[in-house]
Ligand binder design. Structure first.
Ligand SMILES: NC(=O)c1ccc[n+]([C@@H]2O[C@H](COP(=O)([O-])OP(=O)(O)OC[C@H]3O[C@@H](n4cnc5c(N)ncnc54)[C@H](O)[C@@H]3O)[C@@H](O)[C@H]2O)c1
Length: 331
């Protein structure tokens, strides 16, 4: 069992508390939020359990005996909170994205090299049964080697708050999930990225909620499209993907994994039975790794490659040209 300090108990943080308070592997000893009202809500949620509440994360890190800081705050706060946690000998388990800017992500990546504690980014989409099924089908070459791919994500999502201040909101907050899934499923890193974004006239976001990104992943051409303001049907949060090999298409449509043969015949891909899934799997993976003396999945040295697809997309939008990750983005 690991002692947890959870920092941030807003929209997603409160649902994280539900997961952590029922998990036999975690003991939430302290909760931090800069908004008192949110701490009050957390108190109600934790019931009679003895938990200490703080308005300042450094105070909590200094005063509590704990193992892991679970950070569920807005991206622009991630670097500082993670650095303070490392300084206080805590492992860091953080919501995506690693940081808001490339500068912050790279600085945290460099700093983390000096500590034995891990910085892990929770890429929970990886641990969904339908994603595991797609990954296995790709690895088993059920359609032959994948040569090109399409990914389409369409939601009409209203949040408000800090997301309204982000200029490239869809790329900055959402697309990291899909970029990370592409790396995870295909087992490849991105070489080049060419991106464009726009703000449809009906958008309720101040920044650009719609973007198109062409990614070359070690020879595989990926056509990625995402929108948070669709006026048409929504996809699931995973989005829909189609991965093309010579012997067919491995596809995820409405979260159902299928293989479509060149003659049009469609077969469903068996979905694994997972005792823990999604976020519950994600935190469990880190704890099992620490307890087993191995490196967890999604440590910063791996996650930086997913984050750099975000960075390259932003750079491409700004410069209006293709970006070469090795030459212009990697640190
Ligand atoms: N994995 C997923 O599917 C998923 C889904 C939603 C959100 N997220 C991520 O979770 C993170 C939080 O998003 P959210 O939707 O919960 O945002 P939110 O605005 O609803 O909540 C953020 C909370 O952090 C608090 N906070 C801000 N600065 C703080 C600080 N310095 N110290 C302590 N608390 C602080 C705020 O008061 C608020 O309660 C983001 O990184 C977001 O991208 C991930």
């Amino acid at each position: 069992m690991k002692k947890i300090i959870q920092v941030g108990t807003g929209g997603f943080g409160s649902t994280w508390l539900e997961i952590l308070k029922d998990d036999p592997q975690t003991d939430v000893v302290a909760i931090v939020d800069v908004v008192e009202e949110n701490l009050e809500k957390a108190k109600k949620m934790m019931g009679t359990k003895e938990v200490h509440y703080y308005l300042n994360h450094v105070e909590a890190f200094e005063q509590e005996e704990a193992d892991i800081a679970v950070v569920i705050t807005p991206p622009q706060t991630h670097k500082q909170i993670a650095m303070d946690a490392l300084e206080n000998n805590l492992h860091v388990f953080m919501e995506k994205p690693l940081a808001h800017t490339k500068e912050e992500a790279d600085a945290l990546y460099e700093l983390a090299k000096n500590y034995e504690q891990y910085v892990v980014v929770s890429q929970n989409y990886r641990y969904r049964p339908e994603i595991q099924a797609i990954k296995q089908a790709v690895e088993q070459q059920a359609a032959g080697p994948i040569e090109y791919a399409e990914w389409n994500f369409q939601r009409a999502s209203k949040f408000g708050g800090w997301r309204d201040n982000y200029q490239e909101i869809i790329i900055e907050d959402m697309s990291i999930h899909h970029f990370d899934l592409l790396r995870y499923i295909l087992g490849k890193n991105a070489d080049t990225v060419y991106a464009k974004s726009m703000r449809p006239s009906w958008s309720w976001f101040k920044g650009n909620p719609t973007a198109s990104v062409l990614i070359n992943m070690e020879g595989i051409l990926v056509n990625y499209f995402a929108s948070w303001v669709t006026s048409g049907p929504e996809t699931s949060w995973n989005g829909e993907c189609k991965l093309y090999g010579k012997q067919g298409v491995i596809a995820l449509i409405n979260d159902l994994p299928v293989i479509i043969k060149p003659n049009g015949e469609e077969q469903s891909i068996p979905v694994p039975d997972m005792k823990r899934q999604d976020r519950a799997f994600s935190i469990n993976e880190m704890i099992s790794a620490i307890e087993g003396g191995r490196e967890p999945d999604n440590v910063i040295s791996d996650n930086i490659h997913s984050f750099h697809i975000v960075s390259a997309s932003l750079e491409s939008i700004k410069l209006k040209r293709e970006i070469n990750l090795k030459e212009e983005i990697s640190c």
